[in-house]
Design a protein around this ligand. Structure first.
Ligand SMILES: C[S@@+](CC[C@H](N)C(=O)[O-])C[C@H]1O[C@@H](n2cnc3c(N)ncnc32)[C@H](O)[C@@H]1O
Length: 337
C-alpha cells in the first residue's frame, strides 16, 4: 500500500475544524502535504481522505502502518491490520448486510445478570451480540443530541449502532489502525460520523470538547493507560460521561478506578459482565471456527494468532476470563470535578 499526502475530502471537514496537535494541543493548519503544527514543526499527513493524527515526522512509503515510537503500539497496528485482512475476506459474501463485520468485540448475551440498556435490539439484527455489548456499555446514559468520541473504534460498529438507536448529534471514532479507519470511512458513510487515525494516549482534540467518551475492549492494549485516562478527563466537558468497558487483570481494575476517581470522576456503575461475554464467545465459537478454516491465513503462525485473538473456548484469554483472573467489566463514570 502506498501512503501519500493529499487534500482531505470535504466530507471529513467538520472533523478537521475540531482537531488540535496531539503533542502540544495547539492549533494546526492545512498545508498541501497534510496538517501542520507550527510550534512543534510536525506535519500530520493524510492518506486519501484519512486524517492521521499520530505524532510521527514521516510516513513510510511502502507500509500500511503508521510509524509510532512504542513497539507495543506498532504490534497492535500489525495485529489489527492482519485482522482487517481476515475480516475483509470473510465479509465479501456479506457485502449486502449493513454493519457486517463492523465489530471487533466479543459480544454480550443476556444471562440473569442485570441489564441496563435502554433499547431492545431487533431479533435479527446482524452481529446482534456485538451490538448488544455496544448498547449495554451505554447503559442508562442519554446520548441524544450529544457529541460522542469513541476511542479505539475499530471497524465502526459501535458508532453505527449508537447512531441508529440513540441519535447523538455527532460521533467521532479514532483508532490506531489505518486499515480499520479506512474501512469505517468506506462503510459507515453518515453525515454525522467521522473517523481518523489517532492514539488513545494523545488525543488530538481540545479540552472540554465532548459530552461522552466511549471506550470498548481496547484499553487493555494501551501501554500507558493512565495517560489515556488523563486524556479522557481533559477532552470531556464538565459533567461529561465516560462509558468504559474492557477485560483487565483483576488488580488492574482496582488501579484504574483509583486513578479515575483521583482525576475527578465519579463511578456510577461498576458491573461484571464476564458471564455475558463468555456466553457470547461460546455461542459464536462454531461460526468463528468455520470462518477461520474458510478465510484464515496460510501461515500457521498467522492462523494461531487469529485463534488467540478470537479468544475461542480453551484459549488463554477465555480461560483467564472464565477463572475471573481477567474479568470483563463495564464502568460508567461522570466527570464531576
Ligand atoms: C478489540 S478491538 C475493539 C474495537 C471496537 N471498540 C469494537 O468494539 O468493535 C480494539 C481496538 O483498539 C485499537 N487500539 C489499540 N491500541 C490503540 C491505541 N493506542 N489508540 C487507539 N486505538 C487503539 C485497535 O486498533 C482495535 O481497533
Amino acid at each position: 500500500m502506498k501512503l501519500e499526502s493529499g487534500v482531505v475530502e470535504i466530507r471529513q471537514a467538520p472533523l478537521l475544524s475540531r482537531l488540535v496537535c496531539p503533542r502540544c494541543k495547539g492549533g494546526i493548519h492545512g498545508i498541501s502535504s497534510g496538517l501542520h503544527c507550527k510550534p512543534c514543526g510536525l506535519t500530520y499527513p493524510t492518506y486519501d481522505d484519512v486524517i492521521v493524527m499520530v505524532a510521527a515526522q514521516t510516513l513510510s512509503a511502502d507500509s500500511d502502518q503508521i510509524p509510532v515510537q512504542d513497539k507495543r503500539k506498532s504490534d497492535q497496528q500489525r495485529l489489527y491490520t492482519k485482522v482487517a485482512e481476515h475480516w475483509d475476506l470473510a465479509a465479501k459474501p456479506f457485502s449486502f448486510v449493513p454493519n457486517a463485520f463492523s465489530f471487533l468485540n466479543y459480544g454480550y448475551v443476556p444471562t440473569d445478570n442485570e441489564q441496563f440498556s435502554r433499547v431492545q435490539l431487533p431479533e435479527h439484527l446482524p452481529n446482534r451480540y456485538c451490538a448488544n455489548l455496544a448498547v449495554e456499555v451505554v447503559g442508562q446514559t442519554n446520548l441524544t443530541d450529544k457529541e460522542v468520541l469513541e476511542v479505539g473504534c475499530g471497524r465502526g460498529g459501535n458508532i453505527t449502532t449508537m447512531n441508529a438507536f440513540f441519535e447523538p448529534k455527532l460521533s467521532i471514532g479514532i483508532d490506531l489502525c489505518l486499515a480499520s479507519v479506512q474501512f469505517c470511512l468506506g462503510k459507515h458513510s453518515q453525515p454525522t460520523a467521522f473517523f481518523a487515525v489517532a492514539d488513545a494516549e494523545t488525543l488530538p482534540f481540545p479540552e472540554e470538547s465532548f459530552d461522552v467518551v466511549y471506550n470498548l475492549e481496547s484499553s487493555h492494549a494501551y501501554p500507558e493507560r493512565e495517560s489515556f485516562y488523563r486524556e479522557v478527563y481533559r477532552v470531556l466537558k464538565p459533567c461529561g460521561d465516560f462509558l468504559y468497558s474492557d477485560f483487565l487483570m483483576k488488580d488492574e481494575f482496582a488501579v484504574a478506578i483509583a486513578l479515575l476517581e483521583d482525576l475527578g470522576f465519579e463511578l456510577l456503575r461498576d458491573q461484571d459482565i464476564t458471564s455475558n461475554v463468555l456466553k457470547s464467545i461460546s455461542l459464536t465459537a462454531e461460526e468463528r471456527r468455520h470462518m477461520l478454516s474458510e478465510y484464515g491465513f496460510e501461515s500457521e503462525k498467522d492462523q494461531k494468532f487469529l485463534e488467540h485473538f478470537l479468544a475461542l473456548p480453551g484459549s488463554d484469554i477465555f480461560n483467564d476470563m472464565e477463572q475471573r483472573r481477567a474479568p470483563y467489566r463495564i464502568l460508567n463514570l461522570k466527570k464531576t470535578r
